[in-house]
Design a protein around this ligand. Sequence first.
Ligand SMILES: [Fe+2]
Length: 493
Amino acid sequence: MKREPILFGISAFQHDAAVAVVRGGEILFAAHSERYSRRKNDPDLCQPIVDDAIAHGGPPDRIVFYERPMRTHLRRLRAGQSGEIFDNPWPARNLRALRGLERAPISYVGHHLAHACGGFFTSSFEEAAVVVADGVGEFDSLTVWHARGRSLRRVFRVRYPHSLGLLYSAFTRRTGFKPNEEEFIMMGLAAYGTPRYHELIREDFLVPVEIPQFQLRCSVHGGVDGWRPELKQRQDIASSVQKLTEDYMLRLLEWVAMRIGCRHLVYSGGVALNCILNGRIARLPVFDDIWIMPNPGDAGSSLGAALAYSRRKVRWATPYLGHEIARPFDAAAAARALAAGRVIGVANGRAEFGPRALGNRSLLADPRSRFMKGRVNDVKGREPFRPFAPAVQAEHAAEYFDLPRGDARYMQYAVPCRCADKIPAVCHVDGTSRIQVVSASDNPNLYNVLEGFRRETGCPVLLNTSLNVKGQPLVNDWEQARQLGDAHGIPVF
Ligand SMILES: [Fe+2]
């Protein structure tokens, strides 16, 4: 029988490089370069991730790169950003320098097509409306596709420099955070403000056009740092930009449902990391079901690139696709430590593919204490206003949270918390929680810790955040986890 080719999907050389290995309908490996190199949002591929990918999948028969570099160069040339071209003129040359990638042929797929295929071919839908929204990929910032079987037909696009994602990133910097990295922090801050500048931002930046169009008055790719310097309330600015983003996307999605006439939505691109907006999308009556691949940004397009080449559905079984820590796990001891008020680390099994720690590289804590947020923040050294997310046993999830329509296993949706008084450490100031619903089949270790904690305390919820400290990537291997635990006096299981 003919062997299925091994495809290495790669996204790299802009921010957050990643590798995914696909063979036929199976995802064999997927991980982020930063976890191996220890450089946060590492744009480059490092040798250890390539070695790990080969160890899990074998050497590649083909490499598929997540965008067409010549088109990106052309856009930069037209936008007067030719300096960036020379930072990294030929991705192939950088790939060939890595051991194991010297010989396999390289194919290139469109940036938005990779996002769209990463979403659609990991979904369970035979037919779907696919929406991709990001900062920019080649010449596109937003695309809408009609996907059926193996084909994706593009029905709408917003072209650079018009870009909702770039506007969000520009305001991320205007509010004091790092663009292309800390958009989620501005989103967390938005909950503390009121959208009082919403109309002002709309008038200053948007041309009034009909949905689905989106048109900026000027390019914001260079930032909006000088915008109305007299306005200092950054939580209100954040709230206003969040509202503008939500308003456009929700109206666009209603148009999409009507235009395509399909009640299944696949949503992808960096904007799909906005869990507050996702929570609202999950309540749109125009769709029956939604799928957001748990790593919808450019790193996830490593997987999307491979699928754009193969045009085949893969079995999405798990987000635990990265480096493996194979050690015995004592769930009962972990639950006892949590019930005794300890903050604990978990570093076990394969690492999560995507930005969220989902129980295999996590810090866990008791969500019932008002003081726990401060204690975990002391360990992580991050901004005190940022919320923490809950992991909840599937059979108790609806008691504690107003569940979304989509798959709630991956911390992608902020949803109303029904019992904020019972679990204050995982409920944000706006009354929402970014939930992870855990069943025994999805993650038996985490489920068993939750079950042990529930038996001890009556509470089926834990605070679950990433096992890292501010400015560092998630830990990847046992040695890194042990060192972090030792440095902060945290038991790691
Ligand atoms: Fe993108």
